[in-house]
Design a protein around this ligand. Structure first.
Ligand SMILES: Cc1cc2nc3c(=O)[nH]c(=O)nc-3n(C[C@H](O)[C@H](O)[C@H](O)COP(=O)(O)O)c2cc1C
Ligand code: SF4
Length: 652
């Protein structure tokens, strides 16, 4: 039976193991689709970190199919130099590079290219804003598209890449032909599965003719669109058989399309390896005619091993490599606890959707590989260092400074590290992975951690630190007019975690992310929760996919009654007055009211900054500056470590 770290071949290409670094757009190319030095640094780090086969990202074969402003292109010869440099960078570490070629089709926002998108039928994608209306492709357009894919194939081969991977998943042009939801044609490219499969099969055959018998060709397939009238597993398994016949070497199983985008990249609420059963059904159809790989939530140790043990040939992991460039090497060496784990927070995809660089919440060096080592080397590091607060900002600063050589003392007033992450971890389960990693890493780099220890000015002064990093996080916002309520408890957001022990009816005023998480936490504990938000959406302090994930979590949790565009006017003796659109409602039988906002916990920062004894030695990071998110916290932590070295230099 094959194992995860057994080598494998795809035609003439030899791979060291069975983990594919899956395709991820990073918003890191130039506006003209060429690769940047920053992109090359990202790739080099992952190849050096043990990746075997690297699939770059959705790469447009013509600008009409672009998805984002800073996406990689393979649409004309101007991209060749960059692709060649990428192949060279990856080959240096004996990894292999595949390009995922695509056209966005009905899922292309037309403002990227200024062109009307093309699609099998006029079925606009309602989740895109603004929503473009595609034009139905003529048979001439179909020939043109096949020629464009072949030209891209020619280019990637010429640039020295090792594999062409057709993006037939996630509802983009190629996959939308197979989908009965997106393809409503009545000609020979629509109707029966055979007709809907005609364009992708012709495309693969043309690519094979273009690239020759030795060149590996892959195909990413959405096995299930998770929508009524969409593509389901029975048809996609049959279609996979057609792909194998058309000489596809690797069929990579994913799921979902934009209308069911929550299936494309899943969060903590989803099980590991959710597409495995689909992959097994497809493997049963294609047999030895093609290799089959599967994507989605496979990075937890043991999961990928089980997938391979069940007979799937390879596993695809995307966010795991984004969070930790050394993922494969650490797994191979049995160093899994050292892996920086993805917490499925959706920050990267939200950045991408905003046409910004898709950096990572848990690893501030992701997409900033050029910063690795800044502040290290011969530079003097501050030592000793006191870090106050062990949320993600404090953790990041402590780790970086200790690795650079500082003696770091980390103080945490609670009995566990993690700050707000630790509070949210029972709801957002993947946070536990990060906290477990952080505990192990802090220990390994030699940080002295003091739990149940509130650091004040005197205690800190006793250590005579050269640098103090204040990462005290956030506290509950003032209770405002509700604090005057009589006859019933009114709590702040954070107090609610510890003080609500007996199940009852709880009103939470304010529906930001932290309140939503508290609502789920309380509802799971048997409480009835009325979540009251003055605005028209929950979790509005988080963008896009991340917001939708939280919203889904709330709506799928029994026991939460969501009231949008509603305010809590007053609370008295178990009654709460809610106001919506000029009319009010009295809710009786309420046990507790929680006021959901956060504000910076910056009292210590203010004290130290005002104290001449600490002049030039204090850096304030994370939510202690302003309540934000995990990404800004770790980024602040990393900057503090770098700045700390600079501050120490200034003191010499
Ligand atoms: C920021 C981001 C960008 C992505 N870009 C692509 C892409 O360009 N092509 C693609 O096929 N899938 C893309 N995906 C989906 C991933 O390849 C992968 O299928 C998904 O994240 C689930 O796998 P994972 O749990 O290993 O991350 C992207 C995912 C993320 C988070
Ligand atoms: S930003 Fe969040 S979802 Fe994306 S790779 Fe990093 S931890 Fe995972």
């Amino acid at each position: 039976m094959a194992e995860l770290f057994d080598s494998i071949g795809i035609r003439a290409m030899k791979l060291p193991h069975r983990i594919i670094m899956g395709p991820m757009e990073k918003g890191m190319a130039n506006r003209d689709g060429t690769l940047t030095q920053r992109y090359l640094g990202y790739l080099r780090a992952r190849a050096a970190g043990g990746a075997g086969l690297i699939q770059l990202e959705s790469t447009y074969v013509d600008t009409i199919g672009m998805g984002h402003l800073y996406q990689v292109g393979c649409h004309d010869d101007s991209v060749l130099d960059g692709l060649r440099a990428a192949a060279d960078a990856v080959h240096e570490f004996d990894a292999r590079l595949a390009l995922e070629i695509y056209l966005g089709g009905r899922e292309s926002p037309s403002f990227m290219s200024g062109l009307q998108p093309i699609a099998p039928s006029v079925v606009p994608c309602e989740v895109l804003h603004p929503m473009p209306t595609p034009r139905e492709m003529t048979t001439k357009d179909i020939d043109w598209a096949i020629a464009a894919f072949c030209a891209a194939g020619r280019r990637l081969k010429k640039a020295g890449l090792d594999m062409a991977h057709v993006h037939g998943a996630h509802g983009y042009l190629v996959g939308s032909f197979v989908s009965p939801f997106s393809n409503r044609r009545t000609d020979s490219f629509g109707g029966s599965l055979e007709n809907r499969a005609r364009f992708p099969v012709m495309l693969v055959q043309a690519l094979r003719a273009e690239l020759g018998e030795d060149f590996p060709i892959g195909y990413r397939l959405t096995a299930d669109e998770y929508i009524a009238d969409g593509l389901g597993i029975a048809e996609s398994a049959e279609f996979a058989g057609m792909l194998a016949e058309a000489s596809v070497d690797l069929i990579d199983i994913s799921g979902g399309f934009y209308e069911s985008n929550y299936m494309i990249m899943q969060g903590s609420e989803s099980p590991d390896a959710g597409f495995l059963s689909h992959a097994l059904q497809i493997k049963a159809v294609v047999g030895d005619r093609a290799l089959v790989s599967v994507a989605q939530r496979l990075s937890r140790p043991g999961v990928a091993e089980e997938v391979i043990a069940q007979g799937i040939d390879m596993v695809s992991m995307s966010r795991a490599f984004h969070a930790d460039p050394d993922y494969a090497a650490k797994r191979r060496a049995g160093r899994a606890p050292e892996i920086i784990p993805c917490i499925a927070c959706h920050h990267c995809v939200d950045e991408l959707e905003a046409n910004r660089v898709a950096d990572c919440s848990v690893n501030p060096f992701t997409t900033r590989e050029f910063l690795r080592g800044v502040g290290r080397g011969d530079r003097r590091v501050p030592s000793p260092v006191v870090v106050v607060g062990s949320g993600p900002a404090g953790i990041q600063a402590a780790i970086e400074l200790a690795e650079a050589g500082s003696a770091v003392h980390l103080f945490e007033q609670r009995d566990v590290i993690g700050g707000q992450m630790a509070m949210a971890a029972d709801v957002q389960g993947d946070f536990h992975r990060f906290l477990d990693y952080a505990v192990a890493r802090l220990q390994r780099v030699g940080v002295t951690v003091y739990l149940n220890s509130r650091a004040d000015r005197g205690l800190i002064a006793g250590i005579t630190p050269e640098l103090v990093v204040v990462a005290t996080g956030a506290r509950s916002a003032p209770l405002a007019h509700l604090s005057e309520s009589e006859g019933m408890p009114v709590l702040g957001l954070f107090e609610a975690y510890g003080q609500i022990t007996d199940p009852g009816t709880i009103v939470i005023a304010g529906g930001h992310v932290a309140s939503c998480i508290l609502a789920v936490h309380l509802a799971r504990g048997g409480n009835r929760v009325i979540l009251v938000e003055p605005g028209d959406a929950l979790a509005a302090d988080q963008p896009g996919w991340g917001r939708e994930q939280i919203e889904r979590l709330v709506h799928n949790t029994p026991g939460i009654d969501v009231r949008l565009e509603t305010t809590v006017e007053n609370a008295r003796d178990g009654s709460v007055q809610l106001q919506a659109h000029g009319s009010s409602e009295i809710r009786t039988g309420v046990d507790i009211v929680v006021v959901g906002g956060r504000q910076s916990e910056n009292a210590l920062a203010e004290q130290l900054l005002a104290d001449p004894n600490f002049a030039g030695r204090v850096l304030v990071v994370g939510d202690a500056v302003r309540p934000r998110n995990i990404h800004t916290a770790t980024l602040d932590g990393m900057r503090a470590a770098t700045l700390g070295a600079a501050a120490a230099l200034a003191l010499v």
